[in-house]
Ligand binder design. Structure first.
Ligand code: MEV
Length: 314
């Protein structure tokens, strides 16, 4: 047992600006790492293989089923490193609200893989990292597009298409401020993705129209960003929210915060991530307006808000 060695890994939250759900069906999405929130993992020698996190402390083999994706990523990473029989203590600390559409499950997996690779002094490239994180995401979410793994483990904004090479994309809009607000209600990504798939089976024609339209709006959002047009970006965000509602992935609390944001001057507002709870985002064209919108959203029930400038490259 290497008594001296400690491994560290980190990954941050993510925000999907446009394209959640439709990205599962091959349409593009725009996402960026959200460095305001992050997860850290520490790996150190121990006499048995144990996990210590907010939800559980004990033998890895005894984790509750909600932590199966964590167990899986630790076991798979040790297997990839050919260290299956090594015993360790894995400690996870997080500032990413869990199950709020901020990619906490993907970020947890990415920070674990990085910490284990660091512990064994092996380079952790994206080629190594992404399949391991996506394996964990399959357990957590059923049918992940891979966007959460890519956005939480990278440093740049992405124009993401499932199965395609990652396309970094400059998120650089003048006078654009994004308010991120947490409804305080656990999102239900797994159920929402499954229900959209069911809807698709029941009514292929109308559901595929919503999905295609979401893809089209994402491409318009890309153009709006590239032409520095904050008003157009807000407009397509509003349209995307209507399509997401039609796919049944919004809910009353999200709709209420979206309504409040728009009433207080937001240029656009929509849910972000899996939906059915979790977080929403709103766009403002000045910091002052963003502060005003954030205060109004908090009065309407949001439990936390963040303001992120889109004017700097992420
Ligand atoms: C979840 O953050 C985003 C979804 O599109 C699912 C996925 O892409 O894996 C809802």
């Amino acid at each position: 047992m290497n008594k001296e060695k400690i491994g560290y890994g980190q990954a941050c939250g993510k925000i999907i600006l446009m394209g959640e759900h439709s990205v599962v069906y091959g349409e593009p999405a725009i996402a960026f790492p959200f460095q305001e929130t992050y997860i850290s993992t520490k790996v150190e020698p121990n006499i048995t293989l144990v996990l210590d996190c907010h939800y559980f402390s004990g033998e890895l083999s005894e984790v509750p089923h909600q932590l199966n994706s964590v167990k899986e990523v630790i076991n798979q990473t040790l297997k990839t490193l050919q260290q299956e029989n090594t015993t360790l203590k894995v400690t996870i600390t997080s500032t990413i609200p869990a199950e709020r559409g901020m990619g906490s499950s993907a970020a947890t997996a990415a920070s674990i893989v990085r910490a284990l690779y660091d512990y064994f002094d092996e380079p952790c490239t994206q080629e190594v990292l992404l399949p391991l994180v996506n394996g964990a995401e399959k357990i957590a979410h059923g049918n992940p597009s891979g966007i959460d793994a890519a956005a939480t483990s990278g440093k740049e904004s992405l124009f993401f298409i499932k199965g395609h090479p990652l396309e970094p994309f400059p998120m650089n809009v003048s006078n654009a401020f994004l308010i991120v607000a947490d409804t305080g209600i656990k999102g239900q990504t797994r159920a929402a993705v499954r229900d959209v798939a069911r809807l698709f089976e029941q009514n292929k024609q109308s559901v595929s129209q919503h999905i295609t339209e979401l893809g089209h709006l994402t491409k318009l959002a890309k153009q709006a960003i590239l032409t520095d047009d904050v008003h157009k970006l807000g407009n397509v965000m509003n349209q995307a929210q209507e399509q997401l509602k039609a796919l049944t992935v919004s809910n009353e609390q999200l709709d209420q915060l979206v309504f409040t944001a728009r009433k207080n001057g937001a240029l656009g507002a929509k849910l972000t991530g899996g939906g059915r709870g979790g977080c929403m985002i709103a766009l403002a064209d000045s910091k002052e307006q963003a502060v005003k919108i954030a205060a109004a959203i908090e009065s309407a029930g949001a439990v936390a808000t963040w303001i992120q400038s889109l004017g700097v490259k992420n």
